[in-house]
Design a protein around this ligand. Structure first.
Ligand code: SF4
Length: 77
């Protein structure tokens, strides 16, 4: 399912897909700022830059980006 939150990402999003007790939405810039500050949850997060470099973006954001870049219109009715 595509991300419907204007590019916001769930912080944290666990690499192994397990749920988290406390999560919230952050922008791409907030995520990068936290990673620079060595936020303690980033090391096991699927949005961690080191993890993304090897494995790519988490599926939800990949779908959202793909749907944003599509220039095909959808006809309804
Ligand atoms: S990499 Fe860090 S700041 Fe970014 S979403 Fe994951 S836990 Fe949050």
């Amino acid at each position: 399912m595509a991300n419907q939150d204007n590019g916001l990402r769930q912080c944290p999003t666990r690499i192994d897909g397990t749920g988290v007790l406390f999560a919230h939405k952050v922008s791409h810039g907030q995520c990068q700022d936290r990673q620079r500050g060595q936020y303690h949850k980033c090391f096991t997060c699927a949005y961690n830059n080191a993890y993304v470099a090897v494995n790519g973006m988490p599926v939800a954001e990949t779908l959202a980006t793909a749907s944003d870049s599509s220039d095909e219109s959808v006809k309804v009715g």
